[in-house]
Design a protein around this ligand. Structure first.
Ligand code: ZN
Length: 208
């Protein structure tokens, strides 16, 4: 089982997760909407080796501190789905324009597609392509956890009115997630954790 720490000071309350293998110290950062300094300090104190900086999708509130994270973890590879890598340097589609600070971000190092795995020693995170909120949105599955980005939230799911979002596509992605074991712990891009089983039964928005 990987060890996970959640940071919650992100823009619009976006979460950044630090995930690591406690035997080897190999680590990965998931989304970078939280300021880097406190996370870099924590990683250094735990003697972690950050190998990957993964973006669940390319919206501003999940990517804005990418340059700070690359500077803090120069050996880490940045990773994203190719359909969202093209949003990185597009200030309209990465939504930085909405926040009044049009920004072109650099492209990522590593393209993640459906079924790819990221290894942290013997722990692996598997990429699930879950489009709908964006065309290249991904979730990461490993150790009984699902990092769900802005696809699935506690009691809600990602909006589809930005850029190339699409409700039918998101619906298909959600139904796919609901085929995972009910006890899978969901760690979303915003807000608190939940489980697949709870959202299947209680997610109010899905039954509107
Ligand atoms: Zn988003």
């Amino acid at each position: 089982m990987p060890v996970i720490k959640r940071f919650t000071e992100g823009l619009l309350g976006s979460n950044t997760y630090l995930v690591w293998n406690d035997k080897t110290g190999e680590a990965c950062v998931i989304d970078v909407g939280n300021p880097c300094a406190i996370i870099a300090e924590f990683a250094a104190a735990q003697k972690l080796k950050v190998k990957y900086i993964v973006l669940t999708h390319a919206h501003y509130d999940h990517i804005l501190y990418i340059e700070d994270f690359c500077a803090a973890f120069p050996e880490a590879l940045t990773a994203i789905h190719p359909n969202d890598d093209v949003l990185m340097d597009d200030p309209n589609l990465n939504c930085s324009v909405l926040f009044g600070s049009a920004h072109e971000f650099r492209h990522c190092d590593l393209m993640l597609n459906e079924g790819d795995t990221l290894a942290l020693g013997e722990e692996t995170l598997t990429v699930l392509h879950t489009p709908g909120h964006t065309e290249g949105g991904i979730c990461l599955l490993g150790g009984g956890y699902l990092f769900s980005g802005d696809t699935l939230f506690y009691d809600s799911f990602g909006r589809t009115d930005l850029g190339r979002g699409d409700m039918d596509t998101l619906g298909n992605s959600l139904h796919r997630l609901f085929t995972l074991p009910e006890e899978t712990i969901v760690l979303p891009g915003h807000g608190t954790r939940t489980t697949i089983g709870r959202e299947k039964r209680e997610n109010y928005f899905l039954y509107m």
